[in-house]
Ligand binder design. Structure first.
Ligand SMILES: [Ca+2]
Ligand SMILES: [Ca+2]
Length: 299
């Protein structure tokens, strides 16, 4: 194989073979160090588990909690996305997924014991995007894990992104039907984040769709977002899908969504990710917030 003397990369411009070799070597060393770090994180369970409440914004009841597992900040993994993106580049996706679910169930059950949250509350789990591609994906593993912790599949909602649904629709459908047969519920996450294919999402008939924060932030003042949410709400109603508005950070957004009869919400205004199971009283959040005039969504 002929090795090019000069390589060109968009961010560095043209540079010599020696520079290129040095760059590749550094990447290999970094990747090796990341792998060692990942093994240590798994072995010592060095992920912090957070629970973020998902609320019924009409009744004020808590629907459940999304579980978020985050590594500590480090040079190798400067943020959580970098950590999960790295896992996607390894052959450890499925092994990590199984580890992560085990850890999530264990810590959820521990947290339940120190809270007044009803045991049958919903548990929302994020499915790693690359797990669908793993040929070693084993049916029934999650059921066995649940059984060990006394949880029921009906209370587990598996969150998969709309990006996954659009990019690998057949694999996605297959995994969905397998999980459904086992009693799990499905949420399509990040709706409106740029990959929207309503047709695909409708045909999947998920139990929940989670609207991306980009659609929700400042919705009380932005007619284009209001129209989009209204359209998604009509779709959800007609297909029996529940809608969860994510990224609610201001009481004004909460009040607007309540007025629009949106069922469920999640976001800092309703409760930040926390190591304990907690949620706020809706009346306390919107106290003093003026109702929005119902002007921009056709009402
Ligand atoms: Ca999620
Ligand atoms: Ca999300």
């Amino acid at each position: 194989m002929r090795i090019p003397f000069r390589q060109k990369r968009a961010d560095y411009g043209t540079y010599s073979y020696l520079e290129y070799f040095s760059y590749v070597t550094m990447q290999c060393i970094r990747s090796y160090r990341q792998f060692i770090e990942l093994r240590k994180i798994v072995k010592k369970e060095q992920l912090t588990t957070y629970f973020q409440p998902i609320m019924d914004i009409q009744s004020g009841d808590c629907l459940g909690y999304e579980i978020l597992n985050r590594p500590a900040f480090s040079q190798l993994f400067p943020h959580t996305d970098a950590f999960y993106e790295y896992i996607g580049t390894t052959n450890q996706v499925l092994a990590f997924e199984i580890f992560c679910r085990e850890l999530s169930f264990k810590r959820y059950v521990e947290a339940l014991q120190h809270s007044s949250v009803p045991a049958e509350c919903h548990v929302f789990l994020n499915v790693h995007p690359d797990v669908l591609r793993d040929p070693n994906y084993r049916n029934g593993e999650t059921l066995r894990q649940l059984h060990r912790y006394g949880l029921k599949p009906e209370q587990i909602v598996l969150e998969m992104t709309e990006k996954q649904a659009v990019e690998d629709f057949e694999a996605f459908e297959q995994v969905l039907s397998t999980y459904r047969e086992q009693g799990f519920r499905i949420a399509i996450d990040d709706i409106g984040s740029g990959y929207s294919s309503l047709k695909a999402i409708v045909s999947l008939k998920p139990e929940f769709i989670k609207l991306d924060r980009s659609l929700i932030q400042h919705i009380d003042t932005r007619p284009d977002q209001q129209h989009m949410v209204k359209m998604l709400q009509e779709f959800a109603r007609s297909s029996g899908t529940h809608m969860i508005a994510e990224g609610i950070e201001r009481p004004e957004e909460l009040l607007f969504l309540q007025q629009q009869q949106i069922s469920y919400g999640q976001g800092y205004a309703l409760g930040r990710p926390s190591r304990v199971l907690q949620h706020q009283n809706l009346d306390d959040i919107i106290k003093g917030t003026a109702p929005c005039p119902l002007r921009a969504t056709g009402q």
